[in-house]
Write a protein that binds this ligand. Sequence first.
Ligand code: ZN
Length: 75
Amino acid sequence: MDKSYSIEVKCLFCDATLKTGEGLEHQSGDMIKCSECGELNDYDSVLEVAKEQGIELIKNELEKDLKSKLKNLFK
Ligand SMILES: [Zn+2]
């Protein structure tokens, strides 16, 4: 697998993509203000959601990969 995954962090309130800014370092405990709804998102919670989505994404990719490999076995 040589794919790169981009995982977006999303506002917990309105689902808009949060712009964390290039080179902007966020730390545990930080609050990220949503540019859409103005709500403050807890950085840790936002990361947690992004992580789960990332795991789901990779799981799906692996499954696809595995299925095509298995198919090739019986050619
Ligand atoms: Zn929002």
